[in-house]
Design a protein around this ligand. Structure first.
Ligand code: SD4
Length: 336
């Protein structure tokens, strides 16, 4: 057992003890959460922006620019991932993404802030920026998530325009046709092609937020929705703790409520790195067939600590602070 993992298990054991004690004393909810957060943790950099994959560098740069010009964490998260959604050479995000097996590009996105305000859209077609729709749902409806034709109609009725872009884009359409000839109708996760963007951040005051957007698994069954628009699976933020986001096989992430569990583990004392590793271990324990199962997480806490982990090597994430703008190789549990 690694030192990290041993230390983490000790921490969670302590956390469980603390929980039992505080229940006996019947504290208020705010006392309860402050009991779990460890005091005197060295503060890391703020603002701090992390996002999945190399395309995250450009998204982070936009998010940082937005924060520095006075934008909120929601403004920064939204504008950051819009950069990736606009990149039509990206085959896993936005309308440049690969279609489902019927040849339709369907988009999933969500956004969340430190006050637990959140919005999500799933199975959305023909809209350039699904993250804008997710935010609009958060701000202009009493709901968290809209999906499919209902989401599309709501978007049109609320100022969004149908895209002028033919989708799938020609290259993605050609690949799909080739796949139709040669495939066994298995969907593809595209982990090797720099997929889904999940962006999480802390502003200068230590307030977390995040956004996640994707065209999902290539050649999925029409109607399939992945983890990325699901609050608690593809993204989770808690203003008392931090934020986490996921990339990879969404079904595996949903089964363990991946991002919310990472945030909860951090609440109980795990570092972001330890929490990501624990959830990857948990996913592995629940999958007998690990062949081709790739999932990666990144996380940060309100102290400015961060980390990431994936099932297999090859997952990296973009880190941006006032001093750094670079890629980090995430830890992994297994080797290809
Ligand atoms: C999904 N996690 O839809 C997302 C997307 C992904 O390659 O990672 N696709 O499962």
């Amino acid at each position: 057992m690694s030192t990290n993992r041993r230390r983490f298990l000790q921490l969670t054991a302590l956390g469980a003890g603390a929980m039992a004690l505080s229940r006996c004393n019947e504290p208020s909810p705010s006392q309860e959460s402050s009991t779990f957060l460890k005091p005197a943790i060295a503060e890391g950099p703020k603002p701090l922006i992390l996002s999945t994959w190399i395309h995250g560098l450009d998204a982070n740069a936009k998010a940082m620019e937005t924060l520095l010009s006075g934008g909120s964490v929601i403004d920064a998260a939204e504008r950051g991932v819009m950069v990736t959604e606009s990149d039509l050479s990206n085959r896993s995000v936005g309308l440049g993404g690969r279609p489902d097996r019927e040849g339709r590009v369907t988009l999933d996105a969500c956004i969340m802030d430190h006050d637990s305000r959140c919005g999500a859209v799933a199975f959305l077609e023909n809209i350039d920026h699904p993250i804008n729709v997710a935010r609009a749902i958060m701000e202009r409806t009493p709901h968290v998530m809209l999906a499919g034709s209902g989401a599309y109609s709501w978007a049109l009725a609320n100022g969004f325009r149908r895209t002028t872009l033919k989708n799938p884009v020609p290259e993605a359409e050609a690949e799909w046709k080739h796949w139709l000839e040669s495939s066994e109708y298995k969907p593809e996760v595209n982990i090797e092609n720099h997929d889904t963007i999940g962006l999480i951040l802390l502003d200068a005051q230590g307030r977390p937020g995040g956004a996640c957007t994707t065209s999902g698994m290539a050649y999925k069954i029409n109607g399939r929705i992945g983890d990325s628009p699901i609050i608690g699976a593809g993204l989770f933020v808690d203003g008392e703790v931090g934020a986490a986001t996921a990339t990879g096989e969404g079904e595996a992430v949903i089964r363990v409520a991946g991002s919310s569990v990472i945030v909860e583990l951090m609440r109980h004392g795990a570092t972001p790195q330890e929490a990501c590793e624990e959830v990857v271990h948990r996913i592995l324990r629940k999958h007998n067939d690990k062949e081709g199962l790739q999932v990666g997480f990144i996380a940060l806490d309100i102290h400015g600590r961060y980390g990431g982990c994936s099932v297999y090597n090859g997952f990296n994430y973009a880190l941006t602070t006032a001093e750094k703008h670079e890629m980090i190789d995430a830890g992994y549990i297994k080797k290809w």
